[in-house]
Structure formats: structure tokens, C-alpha cells
Design a protein around this ligand. Structure first.
Ligand SMILES: *[C@@H]1O[C@H](CO)[C@@H](O)[C@H](O)[C@H]1NC(C)=O
Length: 418
């Protein structure tokens, strides 16, 4: 029976969105990959916001900044509205499901650390037991084992096998948060199916099949978000296989190489970003140190240099080029007092950081080439203040938190008592 099982579902998270991966040839070494091979998922210049000219007169700069940031603002408003209603209900539902599931299907072990960790024999035993009982249940409900013409106990057992054996077995493993959530939902959903379906269709086989469909549908749904789990992330990862996205920003390709929400980083976070010709970051600042390494292409860094104003002020321009590096200085406490006044929900976090960085933005002003940068930031996850233009007072900059690439994995911390 043991040979029936092969796929560890806990590994689902590794390969997500294969279609959006940048297809970099695997045979090329990392170094040359990033320095010389453009990402093939490079944005089409025609759908860029700023594809017109590479070098712009300074006056136009703030107009365009307003343009681009209006978009950003709309996006953040939308997400703010969503954040206030959707996740609240979602959170409550999750809690209820978690509570119910832990009451009626307690984990095998009450020890604080589940010994059935991935790779352990116990883990495999639970997994094999789970899928074997599923198949056995199928065979029983399809009348393949102990066949009879009566709706006997074996048929009934078969119909309930997923709920009675598969889910508890899988839940006994130390699996990812998402998988556990999927199992919790299934634990409540399957009895409903099993009770309701017989009213319409008196067939053990149909009920079992419906359970199986529900099982895999739930897994597929939860696997969507499962790359957020820090659980089971392989030590060595191929950057070309990491999820990349533009997060609604045309011309951008962002990969979180090592993230706080994605990979559990505590002190630093590393991004690989590619800007198509003409695209750029919004004018922004965040309270962290930031180091850029330009791997490929060229562009312009705009940095507000006067830290004594109440707004960023006219920025200074710095050409950036392949193999150049720059770090965004963190201001002294000067603006922190201003910050305290405007802080509301993030009071605690802002008080902790007594300094902040200067407003910057990076613009791929080279029409001919992608600009690829490696970005290292401190104190993740990043909290970004976005300016409509360089004369927006620091206190009026819009906070975007969680930032676009952190949205999907950001959760208000909840205790997982299972
Ligand atoms: C960038 O640096 C690498 C390693 O030092 C070097 O091989 C390469 O030629 C440089 N590229 C450019 C465009 O300067």
C-alpha cells in the first residue's frame, strides 16, 4: 500500500506561476545571467507610462511625477478599501475554522513542537496513511472491495474516509500554514457535502468523488498563496524560478530574492528589479537603509539633498550605470519629529526608528536598455512614503504599507494555536 503514494503536497509552494517566470537559460551562470542577459519577460516599451523621452526638462519632472503617482494613489486607495473589509471577514472566518478544527480534530501530538517534520519518517507515515486511506475509501465506495448489493458499513466507511482518515492524518504532519488552513476548511466542508449530496444523489461513489474534488480544489486554492510560507523554502534557489511580477506597475519586474514576509528575513531584504526603458519608481522615502547595485543598464537617480526643508525640494540628479552602486543615506532625527505627528496606526513602528531616508527615485532614462538593479534594504517589511511631487510636505506623503509586493503575503499577525 505504501507504494501508492508519491507526491508530497507540502512541496506545492515551490513551483508557482511557471508562466510568469523569466525564462533565463539555466545553463548560464548566475553572474553572467544578470550582468549580460536581459530578462526575457522584459516589459513591452509600448505599455510604459514614460516611454516618450529619456532626458526630460526639469519642469516636466514634477508633472510627470504627479501623473505616475496618481496611479499609485488610486491603487493604494483601492487596496486600502479592500484591506478594511475583506481581510477582516477572512480573518474571522479563519479563526472560527481554526478553532472548530482544533476542537474536533486535535493534532496527534500535544507537544509544542510537532515531531512529524518534513523529511522525518513520521511525516511520511502520516502522509502515506492519509493518501492510502483516501484510495482505500475510493475503492470501498466504488464497491471494488468487499462488493455487495447492500449499502453496508464498508460503503459508508469509504464515503467518509477522506474526513475520518485522510484529513486527520495529513493534519498530524507539521505542514505549512496554508496547507493546514486548507485542511481545516476541508474538515468542515466535507461533512456538509457528505450529508447534503445523498439527498439528491444516493451514491457512495458520487459522495466520495465530490470529497476528492473538494480536497484538490481546496489544495489548489491554498497553494496559490503558499509561496508566502517560509516553511520548506529550499536553501539554494534559482532566481529565474522565483515569482516575478510588476505589481500593476508597467515596465517593472520585481523579484523578492530574500524577503521578510516570503522568506522570514529579519534584518535585511533583497530585491532584484528590472525597469524597462522610461519606467521608474515613484518619488518615495522609507525609514531604512538602502543599497543599490546596478547590474545592467543605466539611468538617473534623483535624490532630495536638502534635509532641512519640510518637503523634499528640487532633487539632485546622479547618472547611474552598469556596475555602479549607491546607498541612500538615512537622515538624522531632523524629520522624525515631523513623522511622529502624522503617525497614527504605525505609531509604534515609527517611534522605534528615529531617522528616515531622503526622498528618491530611480528612473531608467536609457531608451535602449533595461535597467536592472539589486536592492538591499534594512528593517523589512518596507514602509514606503510616496510623494506626488518633490514639493509635497513630508507630512503629506502617502504611506503605502504593506508595499505592493508584500500585500499578498502580509497578514496581521495571528496566533496559530494548532
Ligand atoms: C562590470 O563588472 C564586471 C566584473 O568586474 C566586469 O566583468 C564587467 O565588464 C563590468 N561591466 C561593465 C559594463 O563595466
Amino acid at each position: 500500500m505504501n507504494t501508492l503514494i508519491s507526491t508530497p503536497l507540502c512541496n506545492l509552494r515551490i513551483a508557482k506561476f511557471p508562466s510568469t517566470f523569466c525564462s533565463i537559460p539555466h545553463s548560464v551562470s548566475l553572474h553572467s545571467q544578470f550582468l549580460y542577459k536581459p530578462f526575457q519577460c522584459r516589459a513591452n516599451p509600448s505599455d510604459l507610462i514614460d516611454s516618450k523621452t529619456a532626458q526630460e526638462p526639469e519642469q516636466e519632472l514634477s508633472n510627470r511625477a504627479t501623473e505616475i503617482d496618481e496611479e499609485t494613489d488610486t491603487a493604494s486607495e483601492v487596496s486600502a478599501t479592500k484591506a478594511s473589509s475583506g481581510p477582516k471577514i477572512d480573518q474571522d472566518l479563519k479563526k472560527v475554522v481554526q478553532k472548530t478544527a482544533s476542537t474536533f480534530a486535535p493534532r496527534a501530538s500535544t507537544a509544542t513542537k510537532n515531531p512529524a517534520v518534513p523529511g522525518s519518517t513520521l511525516y511520511s507515515v502520516f502522509e502515506i496513511q492519509g493518501y492510502a486511506s483516501m484510495l482505500l475509501g475510493g475503492a470501498l465506495s466504488f464497491n471494488l472491495i468487499f462488493p455487495s448489493n447492500e449499502p453496508d458499513i464498508w460503503r459508508l466507511m469509504g464515503m467518509w474516509s477522506v474526513w475520518m482518515f485522510t484529513i486527520p492524518s495529513l493534519r498530524a504532519r507539521d505542514c505549512s500554514k496554508n496547507e493546514k488552513e486548507a485542511l481545516n476548511y476541508l474538515f468542515l466542508l466535507i461533512p456538509l457535502l457528505n450529508v447534503i449530496i445523498p439527498f439528491f444523489w444516493k451514491s457512495f461513489a458520487v459522495v466520495w468523488s465530490a470529497d476528492i474534488v473538494a480536497f484538490f480544489a481546496m489544495y489548489a486554492w491554498k497553494a496559490e498563496a503558499s509561496h508566502c510560507s517560509t516553511h520548506g523554502v529550499p536553501l539554494v534557489r534559482n532566481i529565474a524560478e522565483l515569482p516575478q511580477d510588476n505589481y500593476g506597475r508597467p515596465g517593472l519586474s520585481h523579484i523578492t530574492i530574500a524577503g521578510s514576509l516570503l522568506h522570514g528575513m529579519k534584518e535585511v531584504e533583497v530585491w532584484l528589479q528590472t525597469f524597462a526603458p522610461g519606467s521608474r519608481t515613484p518619488i518615495h522615502r522609507h525609514s531604512c537603509e538602502e543599497v543599490f547595485v546596478v547590474l545592467k543598464g543605466s539611468g538617473t537617480l534623483y535624490l532630495a539633498t536638502n534635509s532641512h526643508l519640510k518637503y523634499p525640494g528640487q532633487p539632485q540628479e546622479f547618472p547611474i550605470f552598469t556596475n555602479s552602486t549607491f546607498q541612500i543615506p538615512v537622515n538624522d532625527a531632523h524629520q522624525a519629529s515631523v513623522e511622529l505627528k502624522r503617525s497614527c496606526s504605525l505609531d509604534r513602528e515609527i517611534k522605534q526608528t528615529s531617522e528616515e531616508t531622503k526622498a528618491i527615485y530611480v528612473w531608467n532614462t536609457n531608451q535602449g536598455e533595461d535597467l536592472q538593479v539589486l536592492v538591499i534594504i534594512s528593517r523589512p517589511p518596507v514602509k514606503v512614503f510616496i510623494y506626488d511631487d518633490w514639493f509635497v510636505p513630508h507630512v503629506a506623503a502617502n504611506l503605502k504599507f504593506p508595499y505592493y509586493w508584500d500585500e499578498q503575503c502580509f497578514q496581521t499577525p495571528t496566533k496559530d494555536e494548532l
